[in-house]
Design a protein around this ligand. Structure first.
Ligand SMILES: Cc1cc2nc3c(=O)[nH]c(=O)nc-3n(C[C@H](O)[C@H](O)[C@H](O)COP(=O)(O)OP(=O)(O)OC[C@H]3O[C@@H](n4cnc5c(N)ncnc54)[C@H](O)[C@@H]3O)c2cc1C
Length: 462
């Protein structure tokens, strides 16, 4: 995915990431009855009033990276496209930045970096601020500062009844807690105030290792995660079989947010010889642009998310299950399978009294979020790929349960629509979320009129 601009019919330069951009082809192909582009919260309230009165169904789109089609584009309904909500305002005391819900992280980082500031946000420039933050948000700063959802100071939220709330810890403590992990289900967020910090440059990039180095790479990754002594460092791993020969290459994405200081955290990873590496000191925006260029949009995609307690033998087993699963699909047109191994460390959990809705306890960590990211080109292969993906998830769950390493948590931002994500937050948290929902959306309009998203009450098997 390159971030170059194209020229529209009136000769104006437009970014390929504007308005109708969708990362997955299945979402881009949906043609809504109409697309509305509000410019402020009052517009969103008016739209919701019309929707309520007419009983029209709708979907909400921010950055358009959602992992399943119906989340952001409304078949037979109204797509509420937030891409005109673009304000970015740094507070006078430089401790926060208020961003419109249609901003992409690259735009925010550009502005913040010019002021020597950073915020906890996405790792690719084009990803939308709203979807990423409200599902959790794993950042290059999460070991040091937590998830993106735990770094929001307040939200401007339009409820289903058209009321505009300013939700903060003080004003609506119950809702504020629920927004941390289930924010998309309570209404439409139009603005967020994010915590900022002083920040200059980051060291980071991707190191790609050949299949023959697999055991050594897994070992080094395992050591990095279990050491966890330097919270200014992050690493995640992606295995991809682009050659379709059963021999994935392993990309380890490492970063160090305090590159002026030495760190021993990557000694094991650095001792291996990569096929290629892009690690260097640079601006955050530059690193996130590079990550964008590695993630090409426009393909059919299937993701699924699950978690296990980080144990080397479980990871190796998952890798083997993945290799066997995707071997069944290699004849599908344009098929390229990747699997993401994303650590979720104790240091990423909220440190304040509020907590969040995700239901992860310190004793559960280190967890590893497993997400498949399979792409292909031909619609006729959808069913087969979806079936194998579901079987993969079942096999991994079974293997992890047998090893005593299974964890219920599913990361909303990489989940498939049939996944019952909010149940994976634990029964107690789900019950609390449902109570909050009843208080702020008593007629449950956000579910009935917005059927495309993963629901608090569970999703249809679609
Ligand atoms: C290439 C790529 C890289 C990624 N990298 C990361 C990463 O580094 N870290 C990470 O944690 N995740 C990452 N993700 C996952 C990402 O967090 C999710 O895809 C997220 O949903 C994207 O947000 P968005 O605003 O772009 O998506 P959208 O598709 O616009 O929205 C996602 C969901 O949120 C809802 N929504 C959006 N805005 C609002 C709003 N204002 N009010 C109410 N509901 C709303 C939508 O209806 C939809 O259901 C990545 C995904 C991709 C495809």
């Amino acid at each position: 995915m390159s971030s170059t601009a194209t020229i529209n019919a009136s000769g104006k330069a437009v970014s390929q990431f504007d308005t109708t951009f969708y990362f997955i082809a299945q979402a881009a192909q949906i043609v809504p009855v109409c697309r509305v582009l509000p410019v402020n919260a009052a517009d969103v309230a008016t739209i919701l009033n019309i929707v309520r009165e007419t009983g029209a169904t709708f979907a909400v789109k921010s950055g358009g990276h959602n992992s399943y089609a119906s989340g952001t584009n409304a078949e037979n309904g109204i797509t509420i496209d937030l891409s005109r909500l673009k304000d970015i305002t740094i507070s006078d005391d430089r401790k926060s930045v208020t961003v419109g819900a249609g901003c992409r992280f690259g735009e925010i980082y550009d502005k913040l970096e010019a002021h020597g500031l950073g915020c906890v946000g996405g790792r690719i420039s084009s990803v939308g601020v709203s979807g990423l933050i409200m599902g959790g948000g794993i950042s290059f700063f999460s070991s040091e500062r937590g998830l993106a959802c735990d770094n929001v100071i307040s939200y401007e939220l339009v409820l289903a009844n058209g009321q505009i709330l300013n939700v903060s810890e003080k004003s609506h403590p119950d809702l504020f807690w629920g927004m941390r992990g289930a924010g998309i289900t309570f209404g439409i967020v139009t603005r967020m105030e994010l915590r900022t910090f002083n920040f200059e440059r980051i060291w980071g990039g991707a190191s790609v290792f050949a299949h023959e180095n697999k055991a050594a790479v897994f070992n080094a990754f395992n050591k990095f995660v279990h050491d966890g002594s330097d919270p200014s460092t992050e690493a995640f791993m992606l295995a991809t079989d682009a050659a379709k020969d059963g021999n994935s290459v392993y990309a380890v994405i490492t970063s160090h947010s305090n590159p002026q200081s030495d760190t021993a955290a990557f000694d094991d990873i650095k001792s291996l010889t990569p096929l290629a590496s892009t690690t260097q000191i640079r601006s955050l925006k530059n690193l996130c642009d590079e990550m964008d260029s590695q993630n090409e949009p426009g393909f059919r995609f299937r993701t699924s998310s699950l978690s296990v307690k980080f144990h080397l033998s479980t990871l190796e087993q998952i890798d083997a299950i993945h290799t066997d699963s995707v071997a069944l699909l290699m004849d599908c047109d344009g098929f390229v399978p990747s699997i993401l191994y994303q650590p979720l460390l104790g240091s990423m959990l909220p440190r304040d009294e509020i907590g969040n809705a995700l239901g992860i306890k310190p004793e559960d960590t280190p967890l590893i979020i497993i997400a498949i990211l399979w792409r292909w080109t031909d619609v006729q292969h959808d069913k087969m790929i979806f079936d194998v993906a579901d079987q993969f998830v079942n096999k991994v769950e079974k293997a992890a349960r047998a090893q005593g390493t299974f964890h219920r948590y599913q990361y909303l931002n990489y989940a498939a629509r049939p996944q019952d994500v909010y149940r994976s937050y634990g029964e107690e948290n789900r019950k609390r979320l449902l109570e909050i929902k009843v208080k702020y959306d008593p007629e449950d309009l956000m579910s009935t009129l917005r059927p495309g998203i993963i629901q608090l009450s569970g999703s249809p098997k679609a």
